[in-house]
Ligand binder design. Sequence first.
Ligand SMILES: Nc1nc(C(F)(F)F)ncc1COP(=O)(O)OP(=O)(O)O
Ligand SMILES: [Mg+2]
Length: 218
Amino acid sequence: MNLSEKRIKESLKLYFVMGSVNCLKDPATVLQEAIAGGITLFQFREKGNGAKTGYEKISLAKKLQAICKQHDIPFIVNDDIDLALQIDADGVHIGQEDEDPLKVRKKIGSKILGISAHNLEEAQKAIEHGADYLGVGPMYFTSTKTDIREVKGPEVIKIIRMNDIQIPIVGIGGIKQNLARNVIKAGADGVAIISAISQSPDPKLAAKQLLNEVEMAF
Ligand SMILES: Nc1nc(C(F)(F)F)ncc1COP(=O)(O)OP(=O)(O)O
Ligand SMILES: [Mg+2]
């Protein structure tokens, strides 16, 4: 699926990022409920203590990808470019410490390429390297990602936008329902969420409430 910039902006509205270690129950059930709640994009991020590897990781990726396909939700793979190519994912997300974006672009062709950025300089570099969207954060403190950089808050998105950068941007890091609107008001096209949905006893309701906050903030 080769989404235009406009469609990528729209798909970033409520970007659910998840792996089995983030879930309180079966990841497939969590994903189905999150989709029912209105998520617009999904990232398979199988990482951290207890994350699946090898065949188990591939099998879970395919299972979650099939659920996304049923609901026409683009499926993005975090870090693992080979897995993304193996299962023909819609795109990949890489960070500053991951594979060289120019090499990744050569491998993935026209698939979606998301790149993490923590400041204006990294944002400008990511654009030069062909990013289709930026994941900017951490917006707030998060315990999900143990090696986070310093918390920047939505201010960093404002700074990027003030430098006349129009690329699709999603904020990430510790975003809960009451914080989502700040990220949109700062100029993001959407919010990326892990725990606020995956750790909720009701992922469908959590997604619905987050989407409502995002849509009211535009
Ligand atoms: N996974 C991510 N997804 C996004 C999203 F675009 F979804 F907002 N933004 C940022 C990251 C962080 O990416 P990275 O810095 O490589 O760390 P990790 O591989 O541990 O996630
Ligand atoms: Mg990464």
